[in-house]
Design a protein. Structure first.
Length: 712
């Protein structure tokens, strides 16, 4: 077998004979090459039976890529190996042995659409209104209960007096019963049933331990506790376990991944050999050194420094802009320059921490006629909550039937599809608009008539709001329509961010065109929702950093690298572990770039953060020898160098700000309501607001007042 294409660390990883092996594979270090070469080496050098080899991946794409590479090396010989996602593996094992749990082998596997259909049917059978709860929210809830080993009875007890969670617990109980009666398994059940099967039947566990003598796990940093438990159950005294991952790329803790599993692997699988792959074949030295200096601030990691033989002198570029629109315009102009220099759009990517950030960048791409594609999400103005807000605006300005149909039950108002059908038929027969029909038709029950009257009163009040300006109008829509309450109850934090970003857009519009009307704003938005220029073979990729994991691009623009955005505002209130994940996410973003990395931030007020923006603290953590600052403004650390007695004394700017509050003081915020100041650090206050807002960090601003001051 030819192994000369491997570097010394890769060669050690491929040829090791240790029973338990942990490969710490840095970004761009060739881990897929190592993993496939390892399997080929076992078969060719040691005549290992392909049937005894298991390789677990976490996506179908990764599994198919590995199969293709192995097939090109081994041909049909590899077909008897098991190379699959962990869920596919579970299906295979359960099909053979689930009967030990007294389940039939012809059980039904449900995908997410099947789950939604089942939940809708359960809600109907239990007498809930069709749109009272979103199936997606219930799926998330049920998954969380299962992952936490919480029974329906326990879930009901935990719900307390909260009516929504009581309903969720009741639906959860019915869901479990139906699945057991009908022999349905969702994706969570595949793992849970498999673990239960292996635990409860020693003979079945021994069978699979013998079947898979050589176990390989890719992306090991992403395993959750159920997956880890399954791996421990497949381990025996005789088989070999080989895991590959990078603790510095653990970015999915919000869906159960735990960095401690790869960090503690040496303890649970002893004696263990650890091999670090730290030669990067993707990025330049400046990009790697910058990423290394950033991630070195994390404590929960295995020490490694990526290096490369690509000694390009090109540094990371950091640009600060006074406004988000100027930032987006600059990025678009740079993309045009690259295109004019012969670099295809497809070789560049624009990355951001949260999806709402794409809005300004999309507009700039359209203004400069740059084809783009949103990956892992929708274009900003196509997002459901944004379209809902715009439909309310059209209802006031135009009163068209399409806007009526979109908002009549958004949020739910107890108006059934039959009620709406009756109204639309009445309108059609008399040549009326749907809004006109809603004011005239009164042959429903008193309850339905009252709901219709309330809806039309809302529209009339919004017509009055229109005269106060576009921004105020949208603020009134969000609060008065019930959309805000609906999204908060469903914990749709990202959708709320999108609505606030729409208000940012409206603010910018009014700043440029202060005499303009809501109608003129809608006309401008219509230009950005035209899809005619979207499809283009050569396009720039816009995506969140999570969606970019595993990808690489010649040029990467990491935009809105601002405090509260990246690191995310919520992570700042959740402690050091959350901040470390944000830093890992930034590390992943930086290491997507091959030749050139641009980092940008913007100032100005943010509706999402409810305060002025400033550069991310992560900018200061990047080694100054790796990065070139252009128009850098005072960053999060806010350090002023004041020379005194020939010494440079760092003084925090926030220390010079007068904080008119004290710890334990009661305050009132125009959006979040009542709260208590729990901590003050420099200019940053930690405030505990009532449910559902929770802990927020903010600086003093006009939206925040002392409760005592308001009472006097």
């Amino acid at each position: 077998m030819e192994l000369t294409h491997l570097n010394p660390q890769q060669l050690s990883a491929v040829t090791t004979t240790s029973q338990y092996v942990r490969i710490i594979a840095g970004a761009g270090s060739g881990k897929t090459r190592v993993l496939t070469s390892r399997i080929v080496y076992l078969i060719r050098a040691f005549d290992v039976s392909p049937r005894s080899i298991l390789a677990i991946t976490f996506t179908n794409k990764a599994a198919n890529e590995m199969k293709q590479r192995l097939f090109s090396e081994l041909g049909d010989l590899i077909r008897s190996s098991t190379i699959s996602t962990i869920h596919s593996l579970c299906v295979r094992m359960l099909r053979e042995d689930i009967d030990v749990l007294k389940w039939p082998k012809n059980f039904t596997v449900m995908d997410e659409d099947d789950q939604k259909s089942l939940i809708r049917q359960i809600m109907k059978d239990m007498g809930f209104e069709r749109n009272k709860y979103k199936p997606a929210s219930l799926i998330h809830y049920i998954s969380g209960q299962k992952g936490g080993d919480i029974t329906p009875e326990r879930a009901m007890m935990l719900a307390g007096t909260n009516e929504t969670f009581q309903d969720f617990a009741k639906i959860y109980a019915r869901y479990i019963k139906v699945c057991n009666d009908k022999y349905y398994l969702d994706f969570d059940d595949l793992l849970l049933k498999n673990v239960l099967m292996l635990k409860s039947s020693p003979s079945v566990r021994e069978k699979w331990q013998k079947r898979f003598h050589y176990i390989h796990v890719d992306e090991f940093q992403d395993v959750d506790h159920i997956q880890y438990e399954m791996l421990r159950l497949l381990k025996s005294h005789d088989n070999y376990v080989y895991v590959v991952g990078d603790p510095d790329q653990t970015i999915y803790t919000w869906r159960g991944a735990d960095v401690n599993f790869i960090l503690n692997y040496e303890r649970d699988f002893a004696p263990c050999e650890s091999i670090v792959l730290n030669q990067n074949y993707r990025s330049t030295k400046s990009i790697l050194d910058g990423a290394n200096s950033l991630i070195r601030n994390n404590i929960m990691r295995v020490d490694k420094d990526l290096f490369t033989t690509n000694d390009s002198a090109i540094k990371i570029e950091h640009h600060s802009f006074p406004k988000e629109s100027e930032q987006a315009d600059w990025v678009a102009r740079r993309l045009k320059e690259l295109k004019n220099n012969g670099i295809d759009y497809r070789d560049s990517a624009i990355l951001y921490r949260s999806n709402y950030i794409s809005r300004e960048m999309e507009k700039a791409c359209r203004n400069h006629h740059i084809p783009y594609m949103i990956y892992g999400g929708q274009r900003f103005f196509d997002r459901m909550e944004v379209k809902d807000m715009l439909a309310y605006a059209r209802a006031v300005v135009v009163g068209d039937d399409l806007s009526f149909m979109r908002i009549i039950n958004t949020p739910r108002r107890g108006l059934s599809p039959k009620t709406v059908d009756t109204l639309t038929s009445f309108a059609y027969e008399r040549g009326l608009s749907y809004f006109e029909a809603a004011t005239m038709y009164r042959e429903f029950t008193p309850k339905v008539n009252a709901a219709l009257d309330k809806f039309m009163s809302l529209i009339e009040s919004l017509m009055v709001s229109e005269s106060f300006g576009v921004v105020t109008f949208f603020e009134h829509v969000f609060s008065k329509s019930g959309l805000k309450q609906m999204l908060e109850e469903d914990n749709e934090l990202e959708r709320i961010e999108n609505v606030k970003e729409l208000m940012n857009d409206a603010t910018e519009f009014m700043n440029i065109y202060p005499e303009s009307t809501l109608d003129e704003y809608l006309q401008l938005v219509a230009l950005y929702t035209d899809k005619s220029t979207m499809l283009h073979q050569d396009h720039v990729s816009l995506m969140s950093v999570h969606a970019a994991k595993g990808l690489e691009f010649e040029h990467v623009f990491l935009i809105e690298f601002c405090e509260g955005v990246f690191p995310n505002e919520r992570s700042l209130s959740e402690g050091k572990h959350a901040l470390e994940e944000e830093r890992r996410l930034a590390y992943v973003a930086m290491t997507r770039a091959k030749k050139k990395l641009f980092i940008t931030d913007s100032a100005g007020h943010s509706f999402v953060l409810d305060r002025p923006k400033q550069a991310s603290r992560f900018v200061d953590e990047i080694d100054e020898t790796c990065i070139e600052h252009v128009n850098k403004v005072v960053s999060r650390s806010n350090l002023l160098n004041i020379k005194s007695s020939n010494q440079t004394v760092p003084i925090r700017l926030q220390d010079k700000i007068n904080i008119p509050y004290v710890v334990k003081e009661e305050v009132v915020h125009t959006e979040f309501g009542e709260g208590i100041v729990t901590a003050i650090e420099g200019a940053i206050m930690t405030i505990a607001f009532k449910f559902p807002h929770g802990i927020k960090k903010m600086i003093p601003n006009p939206a925040l007042r002392s409760k005592k001051e308001l009472q006097t």
